[in-house]
Write a protein that binds this ligand. Structure first.
Ligand code: ZN
Length: 358
């Protein structure tokens, strides 16, 4: 079968590799759609980051480059390994793409398995990936979804779950006002979760196209261009002078974090959703004097069932966020190139590894 594999920085190749089979406790998934993520672009441009360094195999997977890429994917169950009895061939599924040590508790009550030592992701650290035609995944990480959810939209459930976890971390409640800095894919999907939970969403974003997408998709109540509008003033106007109840930092840009610090209410919560490649220099005194809670969030932990429910119930429509569909051969020249050089025009580009969906 064909798979897109990371061989090194700026070296992703479409390789012919052996088709995997479902081992004991595993599910063989026929990949339908796989989204391209900002993390994939970082691996391509600056990696290996999550991908193991050559000569340093990942402690759980034992793999090093080349590894198959793709962690945001949906598919159809093709084959069940020994001992898997609660799924059937033909079921539609999405993957929670974790690589976690076997001695870690990944049960339904765990709130910390995503923070465990050596955590990595299918599609980065080994164990195959969604940018291959088929992938064998441990049953634990396979979530069945309704066949009423189109498989292309289902591929966005993984990044949507990142947004769900960020929202959970914020402690926001219905009726609150949230300010999101940045309307890229994760900002938009975080907004979608907030709207579905009855929160008023304000977004600050430089790109006119992205602001338009936020409004047209119905996930933002108000959008502002921070170069033209005093976002802090606007948030105050919308909250009777109080400030936003919660804020989400989705840009890894210092001035955005500074704005959120000013725009949240005293005792407000700021969640850092973006990955910061550099240190931040922010006003700790302001944090103290406003008793701001600054929180991190990474990926998700037991958040897939509730996120899937939001999509199955129709509370979140993922269709507006799919802005392109390509085959495996277009991954670098079309997919990566668009997201690197013209990223304002794209939210999610989906890949059909077999070409069947195109
Ligand atoms: Zn991702």
């Amino acid at each position: 079968m064909r798979a897109a594999r990371f061989h090194g920085q700026k070296d992703i190749r479409i390789d012919e590799i052996d088709t995997p089979t479902a081992g004991p406790g595993q599910v063989l998934v026929d990949v339908a759609w796989c989204g391209i993520c900002g993390t994939d672009l970082h691996e391509y441009l600056e990696g290996p980051i999550f991908v193991p360094q050559p000569g340093h195999p990942h402690p759980v997977t034992g793999e090093e480059p080349p590894v198959t890429m793709g962690h945001e994917f949906s598919g159809v169950v093709a084959e069940l390994g020994e001992g898997v009895t609660d799924l059937e061939a033909g079921d539609h599924v999405v993957i929670e793409p974790y690589i976690i040590r076997e001695d870690v508790d990944t049960g339904p009550e765990s709130k910390t398995y995503h923070l465990s030592q050596d955590m990595n992701f299918i599609g980065l650290g080994g164990h195959g990936g969604g940018l291959g035609e088929k992938v064998a995944v441990d049953r634990r990480w396979v979530h069945r979804i309704s066949k009423d959810v189109p498989l292309d939209q289902a591929a966005l459930i993984e990044p949507l779950t990142v947004g769900f976890h960020a929202v959970e971390r914020s402690g926001v409640k219905a009726g609150d006002v949230a300010l999101i800095g940045g309307a890229g894919p994760i900002g938009l999907l975080t907004a979608a979760v907030l709207k579905a939970q009855g929160v008023t969403v304000v977004m600050s974003e430089l790109s006119e196209l992205r602001r338009k997408k936020a409004v047209e998709s119905g996930v933002a109540d108000h959008t502002f261009d921070p170069r033209e509008t005093d976002v802090v003033e606007e948030v105050k106007k919308l909250t009777d002078g109080r400030g936003a109840d919660v804020a989400f930092e989705c840009t890894s840009v210092q001035v955005v974090l500074d704005t959120l610090m000013d725009a949240v209410k005293p005792r407000g919560v700021i969640v850092i959703v973006s990955i910061w490649g550099q240190r931040s220099d922010f006003d700790i005194h302001k944090l103290v004097m406003k008793e701001i809670d600054l929180r991190g969030t990474i990926a998700y932990v037991n958040n897939h069932p509730e996120t899937i429910e939001l999509v199955e119930s129709g509370k979140i429509d993922l269709a507006p966020f799919i802005t392109g569909k390509i085959g495996l051969e277009g991954l670098v020249d079309e997919g990566f190139d668009t997201l690197i050089h013209r990223n304002e025009t794209a939210v999610k580009i989906l890949v059909s590894p077999s070409g069947k969906g195109l």
